[in-house]
Design a protein around this ligand. Structure first.
Ligand code: OSB
Ligand code: MG
Length: 369
């Protein structure tokens, strides 16, 4: 894979409406777009999913830029590359910083697929022609607001509703949601807002038939989650706690969860994501693709990985219009009847809209090989 140069761009995009989790509220999304260009002028695209502040994990947009500029791009250029699947080993010299690694790896995967003239999803071994999606709904000012928002997304056909919870916004809220929508596939995501001392409170959620409770306990924990899972009927799903194949293996061995949310950025790239998928398939554990409020490039990568067979639960990859006035890809990602049609063009399958990218770019830097 001949890569002539890499461009990093720092973008600012306004979310249509603020998104609140147990750890904070997002209004502006800062992100890094990675463009890898070959000698024929073909571009591959990747997107860093790190946030402005280290709430979800320790990575931020600025630490990602630092890692890419000082370490990862130089490693990419350090010797010839035959296949994108070689990158995790090359990047292993750098500890963690998974979202920075994934952004660059993603650009190389897209470029490689375009060089071969095949869709990225096929290169990854995906087979699905359409994927099922759900929507993640932030904490709202009141329960009445929440019910209204859910109503809208149910009407749009989303295949499951995810509600964010935290202590004080949990059992009563879920009870009201269940009463209003008795049959909707429903789940709750706590983003690490609880400890084992809250086990009784979480047990009280069992009666609402949730598909799963996502990441109730600490972001680095597997042991306490295993204890909690033994006390609950509702399946636990891990997000923050699974950053690698080995984390996933240990979680399954300990019984820390019965479902895994795979985020490409959190686990360090498409190759690691695929390995976790394969492990879960082998163990009979379903997975789904999480979201990080991505712009179009990150969203396209999520759609590609979701075509793998064991992504059997609806993901958080909602439509572009759920997040943005105007996304950075054409066509934008559309959801119809809760489904996204997977595009068949080479690479990520969507064109990057350079006019929009320009509009959102704060600064950019080019790195020659
Ligand atoms: O935990 O999945 C999460 C958003 C920001 C940070 C963490 C999470 C989320 C979401 C939204 O749930 C997913 C999305 O719509 O992209
Ligand atoms: Mg989550």
């Amino acid at each position: 894979i001949s890569i002539e140069y890499v461009i990093l761009r720092h973008l600012h995009m306004e979310l249509k409406s603020p998104f609140t989790t147990s750890f904070g509220t997002f209004q502006t999304k800062e992100l890094i777009l990675v463009e890898a260009v070959d000698c024929d002028g073909v571009s591959g695209w990747g997107e860093s999913v790190a946030f402005s502040a280290p709430w979800y994990s320790e990575e931020t947009v600025k630490t990602n830029w630092h890692m890419l500029e000082e370490f990862l791009v130089p490693l990419l250029f350090s010797e010839p590359l035959r296949h994108p699947a070689e990158l995790p080993e090359r990047f292993a010299a750098i500890r963690q910083n998974n979202m920075a690694k994934a952004a660059l790896e993603g650009a190389v995967w897209d470029l490689y697929a375009k060089q071969l003239g095949v869709p990225l999803y096929r290169l990854l071994g995906g087979t699905k022609r359409e994927i099922e999606v759900g929507v993640s709904i932030g904490i709202q000012p009141t329960v009445a607001d929440l019910l209204q928002v859910i109503e809208r997304y149910v009407a749009q056909g989303y295949r499951r509703i995810k509600v964010k919870i935290k202590p004080g916004w949990d059992v009563d809220v879920i009870r009201d949601v269940r009463r209003a929508f008795p049959d909707v596939p429903l789940m709750a995501d706590a983003n690490s807002a609880y400890t084992l001392a809250d086990a009784k409170r979480l047990q009280a959620l069992d009666e609402f038939g949730l598909m799963m409770i996502e990441q109730p306990l600490a972001a680095d924990d597997l042991i306490d989650h295993a204890r909690l899972q033994a006390l609950l009927e509702t399946p636990l799903c891990l997000d923050e706690s699974v950053r690698s194949y080995d984390d996933a293996r240990k979680a399954l061995e300990l019984g820390s969860c019965r479902i895994i949310n795979i985020k490409i950025g959190r686990v360090g790239g498409l190759e690691e994501a695929r390995r976790i998928h394969d492990l879960c398939l082998e163990r009979g554990v379903p997975v789904w693709c999480g979201g990080m409020l991505e712009a179009g490039v990150g969203r396209a990568h999520n759609i590609a990985i979701t075509t793998l067979e064991n992504f059997t639960l609806p993901g958080d990859t909602a439509a572009s219009s759920h997040y943005w006035e105007r996304d950075i890809i054409t066509p934008e990602v559309e959801v119809q009847g809760g489904l996204i049609r997977v595009p068949d063009a080479p690479g990520i399958g969507y064109d990057v809209d350079r006019r929009q990218v320009e509009r959102y770019t704060q600064f950019a830097k080019l790195f020659h090989c």
